[in-house]
Design a protein around this ligand. Structure first.
Ligand code: FUC
Length: 768
């Protein structure tokens, strides 16, 4: 018996991983916002740590004897303009190290403040550090291996391509100190190159691998690409040779640079985006590894540290998966280790692509939104398939499908109102930036073409206009007549915004009158049903059958008007907001990952911070299943949302939390609209609001609360805050600014472009 106990205690004190024992606990990393672990990842989906530059990226496992870095390029798709295909794993880089028996002080981390992943450990008194990052500036993945003693870096690098079953399999060849990977999918050429540079010691290439012996340090550069071109006819430009030349040129350029230079290029570029928003919820930095922190959080034993980490993780993931090319992040952002991932990791448009961009404007990453808005522009107006889809529907403009590959091919089903949903993004990019040139050249033409689609498709019944043959994603029957809230609300939003855009641009007044007349007749999708709910289908029999108070379906398609739309708000009309609340209560607080995020945002829009926070708690539940599950969601130990991993949930939660601090969809800044009682004190800086305002807010239930507002456009500023009457507004020189009372809770003052203002004396209360 004693022996068993001894063995059990021994098990507790060591981690075992592929033959090594791990002992001696590494301290927490010094950087504040870091995901970290005491053992290498065993599973890609739940454990890997993602790095990326918006276009290419990798998942790092952190093995000691065998490192696995699986890499991706957002454009690597099988399929074509006529075949769905799938997003692909690009390849796997392996680094084999000498066998070790005892590993001490092991730590694997993802430093969100610098966008660097690290692995560190000690073997026989020598401390090894590896750093991994994906540079936007230099367009390469960089891996640096170093040690505390000279001559200790020994490894063999190799690359595997997952497409060996193709008729003409990709080739992997060693050329000097580099490994080339070259291949072709259905229509796309791809190429990658890994170069290895040693600092001291020797380097040798043999049998398809590159080995470094007794070096002081080594730097690996991985470059990759495809000949995908979103604007080219057929989406391909240039041949395989040109592509290879570009990829190896990029590699050579980076390989010639000192590691420190690559590192500082990367970190300063990343800081220019990431550092715009800072969140403090009074948390204390956790000294626990992230998996343990998650368990502690679930037991209610940790403070808001994990919430802040998770919030900023959404911004990190966005910067890492949505930059540089007119192609939105897909269902998995850009990370994928499979040739057939769930839903092909496609561009799913009945919620998912949209949700990927929910935090773009509000969390001050507006330029990243262009990876979606530019994509919409060329798909809607330049490439042929979306316009053909509209013609096939017997109308003009553009339309598209639920499942989309990157070559304009779509299938499964049309989700026609998604064109209006997408246009909400086109319009929001304008309302947050007030960039008129963008509105005139990009957004308005796309919006107008979407209006053309609906002007030619709406049908009249009893004096009201309805979208025919509609569907409420992804619930209930197809081809419903007589009004589906999802479609009606979105079309309402599209027509209203397009009218406003034409006013801003002072053009198309006749067209605007047409839109106005249509809007007047349009059923606006807001109707209250028998149990006080917001009706999802006007057809009473369908509504009764599918939308009972006990239906906990994941989609909230009929609540678009509440979030992300702007048709329903308790500040405008409590009749509809109460109905939305009924519907939301009916749908419940448990669902798959992304659906928790949508619920969270809706509760924030209903100004219920405690309920929104409950959804955050429900989203921060540790999941391990990698199967498609609709009823329960949460996060893996790497804090990616699922199951299975689907990145929209990460983005949706970040966007939803932002709605708890600041809302501006009604044309006024609603400060602290949904703060839960567990956050009595805090500060957020750098959020963006409609009207090109940058807003920071500091609150304290027992002290002073204030807001700082930077006016990027010099427009009037309206501020909503309960009992704002005693507020004081000052400019940056401390001069009092006179404001107008619009009500006891709302003030308005004029601003000068590029000037800052501080509102103090805000009487902050929970549920204010
Ligand atoms: C929609 C959702 C599913 C999943 C899929 C990718 O169909 O209903 O839950 O997120 O997209």
């Amino acid at each position: 018996m004693k022996r068993y106990i001894y063995f059990f205690l021994l098990l507790l004190s060591f981690h075992f991983a592929s033959g090594q024992t791990f002992r001696g606990q590494a301290p927490a990393p010094s950087s504040d916002l870091t995901l970290w672990y005491r053992a290498p990842a065993t599973k890609w989906m739940s454990g890997g740590l993602p790095i990326g530059n918006g276009l290419i990226g990798a998942m790092v496992f952190g093995g000691v004897e065998r490192e696995h870095v699986q890499y991706n390029d957002k454009t690597l798709w099988s399929g074509s303009t006529t075949k769905r295909g799938s997003y692909q794993n690009f390849g796997d880089l392996f680094l084999e190290f000498p066998k070790v028996e005892r590993v001490e002080q092991y730590r694997r981390e993802l430093d969100l403040q610098n966008a660097v992943s690290r692995v560190s450990y000690t073997v026989n008194g020598v401390h090894f550090i590896r750093e991994y990052f994906c540079s936007y500036v230099d367009q390469v993945i960089v891996i640096r291996l170093s040690a505390s003693a000279k001559g200790m870096i020994n490894f063999t690098a190799s690359i595997e391509d997952p497409h060996q079953d193709l008729k003409s399999a990709p080739t992997i060849k060693v050329k000097g100190n580099a490994i080339d990977q070259v291949g072709k999918l259905d229509i796309l050429d791809f190429a990658a190159q890994l170069s290895v540079k040693n600092d001291g010691g020797t380097i040798l290439s043999e049998s398809g691998k590159v080995s470094v012996k007794n070096a002081n340090a080594a730097t690996l550069i991985l470059s990759m690409g495809t000949n995908y071109d979103p604007l080219a006819p057929g989406y391909i430009s240039g041949d395989a040779n040109l592509l290879y030349a570009k990829v190896s040129q990029r590699n050579k350029k980076a390989a010639q640079m000192a590691y420190d230079k690559l590192y500082t290029n990367h970190v300063s570029d990343y800081h220019s985006l990431f550092n715009r928003v800072n969140l403090n919820l009074g948390q204390t930095k956790s000294l626990q590894p992230t998996d343990e922190l998650l368990s502690a959080y679930m037991k209610g034993e940790s403070d808001a540290y994990l919430e802040v980490l998770y919030y900023q993780y959404g911004r990190y993931l966005m910067i890492s998966s949505a930059r540089g090319l007119a192609l939105p992040s897909n269902l998995q952002g850009l990370w994928n280790n499979s040739s057939n991932p769930a839903w092909q990791a496609d561009l799913h448009s009945d919620i998912n692509v949209q949700m990927n961009y929910w935090p773009a404007e509000t969390t001050n990453l507006s330029e990243l939104h262009q990876t979606l808005t530019d994509y919409l522009y060329h798909e809607a107006l330049i490439q042929p398939s979306w316009r053909k889809a509209a013609k096939d529907d017997g109308t003009e403009g553009w339309s598209q499908w639920v499942q989309n590959n990157i070559f304009g091919f779509g299938d499964w089903a049309k989700t026609r109102p998604a064109n209006a949903w997408y246009c909400m993004h086109m319009w929001q990019h304008y309302t947050y930036t007030l960039d008129k040139r963008y509105l005139a050249t990009k957004a308005y033409p796309v919006m107008k073409a979407a209006c053309d689609y609906w002007l030619g498709r709406l049908v009249e019944r009893d004096g009201k206009l309805f979208a025919p043959k509609e569907w409420s994603p992804e619930i209930g029957p197809w081809n419903v007549e007589g009004g589906v809230a999802y479609a009606q609300q979105l079309i309402w939003d599209l027509l209203s915004n397009t009218m406003e855009a034409s006013i801003v641009l002072e053009k198309d007044s006749a067209y605007r009158s047409r839109l106005a007349a249509t809007l007047k007749k349009l059923d606006n999708g807001l109707k209250i049903g028998t149990w006080g709910q917001l009706v999802e289908w006007n057809d009473a029999a369908i509504e009764e059958k599918y939308s009972g108070p006990k239906n906990t379906h994941r989609h909230l398609s009929h609540l678009i008007a509440l979030y992300p739309g702007k048709q329903i708000s308790p500040l405008m009309d409590t009749l509809y907001s109460e109905a939305a609340k009924r519907s939301l209560l009916g749908r419940g607080d448990l669902s798959t990952g992304w659906a928790l995020a949508w619920r969270l945002a809706c509760w924030a829009r209903l100004l219920d911070g405690n309920h929104a926070h409950q959804l955050l708690r429900n989203a921060l539940v540790h999941i391990t299943s990698t199967d498609i599950t609709y009823d329960e969601g949460g996060v893996y130990e790497n804090l990616l949302n699922g199951p299975p991993f689907q990145i929209d949930g990460n983005f949706g939660i970040t966007a939803g939390i932002t709605e708890m601090f600041l809302q501006s969809h009604l044309g006024k800044l609603q400060l602290l609209p949904a703060i839960p009682s567990v956050w009595p004190k805090g500060e957020i800086t750098g959020l963006k609001a409609n009207g090109n305002f940058t807003v920071g807010i500091k609150w304290n239930i027992n002290g002073e609360s204030s807001a700082s507002i930077y006016s990027g456009a010099g427009t009037n500023c309206r501020v909503y805050f309960k009992d704002i009457s005693k507020a004081v507004v000052r400019d940056s020189k401390g001069r009092n600014i006179v404001f107008k009372f619009l009500s006891a809770n709302e003030i308005e003052f004029s601003t000068l472009k590029d000037q800052s203002y501080v509102i103090s004396n805000l009487p902050f209360k929970i549920g204010q």
